[in-house]
Design a protein around this ligand. Structure first.
Ligand code: PLP
Length: 410
């Protein structure tokens, strides 16, 4: 087994054996050889139908020809890091056209950097310090809101190494609980710079906001001079062209983006009204800069990806999503598996016993075992979903109806 050998070797040099987030396979991660369309192949020669898509960026599937050609052509013209290009303006215009709250946008290198920069901007703009996040949400690997984050970190206690003032300045609220937020604002309102949220809580199970919840947050933040930040690193350009804010019809003050916006290359972005965005350097005083910001490779890939996204694209993608979700739900029910499937559009998550992620460690061993068996069955059938029950599964344009039928064993 080449994967096993590679994993044993990698452990000498890489903590946890690999740097990729998909590292939790039992007994070792598989090592990818290539990806094409909806499929992945590992070094052992196994073929997988991929519902992970590199944790979401590959909405057109693996190695789409249009993107390869556009990036290749850009690379032949040079990488020209640190020097602006017209393509950056073209992509900015496209983002502003598609995303309702965006008058201006700044391109950065990852979702983490986007949320970190948006939080710094919110603090600079409001002159206040505290940030409210929701329990189990994930906003990236930076200190500001890492504390008891969702995703993989949800199972862990607060990460050591996070400065004490971060812990002090990060307030956590349960999701979909209006009363809690009202009380938090009543007691800390004058210190709260922003509420940051995943509008759909993708990192703890694709949980949607309750009807009226986003409107409630929009109103209470506006009344209290608190900025509302939608972290749309997952939902942006996935739920619809304009992301969750368009889907639910509620505009935040700032939005963060990642994954899809880079067209398969590393990039993130944050955007908002002109009034707020002009606080960023060099026109304003809130520092934000980076060697690779606006680099023409990611910009080219992003631009050519976003060009593909229109209402027909989402109609097709979301109907495939519904077909797959209904099918998996049927399999779970037919087999009396105590799992739920939660999702919308082209994303979904399977989780067990209706348990929230951070209850995972308390779950009975038999539940965990049952999940493992179910997951390993999927994997041995050649279906690759994320290796833990609390990660989102995604669909891409490259997934064909035959792929979905193969997954559903139809
Ligand atoms: N915000 C959300 C909602 C995410 O899901 C993620 C990553 O999955 C991030 C931020 C961080 O993005 P990145 O991993 O590109 O730094």
């Amino acid at each position: 087994m080449k994967s096993e050998k590679l994993f044993n070797e990698s452990q000498n040099f890489l903590p946890g054996g690999v740097s990729s987030p998909v590292r939790a396979f039992q007994p070792y991660p598989f090592f990818a050889k290539k990806g094409e369309g909806s499929r992945l192949w590992d070094v052992d020669g196994n073929e997988y139908l991929d519902y992970c898509l590199g944790y979401g960026p590959l909405i057109l599937g693996h190695s789409p020809e249009k993107i390869i050609n556009a990036v290749y052509s850009q690379m032949q013209k040079g990488t020209t890091y640190g020097v602006p290009t017209k393509k950056e303006i073209d992509l900015a215009r496209m983002v502003v056209d598609k995303v309702p709250c965006a008058d201006m946008v700044r391109f950065v290198n990852s979702g983490t950097e986007a949320t970190m920069s948006a939080i710094r901007l919110a603090r600079g703009f409001t002159g206040k310090n505290k940030i409210v996040k929701f329990e189990g949400s994930y906003h990236g690997a930076h200190d500001y809101v890492l504390v008891k984050s969702g995703s993989g970190a949800a199972c862990l206690p607060d990460s050591p190494g996070v400065p004490e003032d971060t812990t002090k300045n990060t307030l956590s609220a349960p999701f979909n609980n209006e009363e809690y937020v009202s009380e938090l604002i009543a007691s800390n309102g004058s210190d709260i710079a922003a509420i940051i949220m995943e509008p759909v809580m993708a990192n703890i199970g694709c949980i949607e906001p309750r009807k009226g919840y986003l409107k409630f947050l929009r109103e209470i933040t506006a009344e209290n001079d608190i900025l509302l930040i939608f972290d749309e690193v997952i939902t942006g350009f996935r739920l619809s062209e304009g992301g969750a804010q368009e889907y639910y019809g509620i505009n935040p003050d700032l939005v963060t983006m990642g994954k899809i916006i880079g067209g398969g290359f590393p990039m993130g972005a944050f955007a908002g009204s002109r009034e707020i965005m002009e606080f960023i350097s060099p026109c304003g005083s809130v520092y934000q800069a980076g060697t690779f910001n606006g680099n023409p490779i990611s910009i080219t890939a992003g631009l050519n990806t976003l060009k593909e996204l229109d209402s027909t694209f989402y109609r097709d993608l979301n109907s495939k999503g519904k077909y797959l979700r209904d099918g998996i739900q049927g399999i779970l029910e037919d087999n009396n598996l105590d799992f739920s499937l939660v999702g919308l559009g082209s994303m979904f998550q399977i989780y067990f016993n209706s348990k929230r992620v951070y209850d995972y460690q308390d779950a009975k061993n038999s539940d965990i075992e049952k999940f493992r068996v179910y997951f390993n069955n999927l994997l041995s059938n050649g279906v690759f979903i994320p290796p833990s029950q609390f990660e989102c599964c995604f669909l891409s344009q490259a997934h064909q109806k035959e792929d979905l039928d193969e997954t559903l064993e139809k």
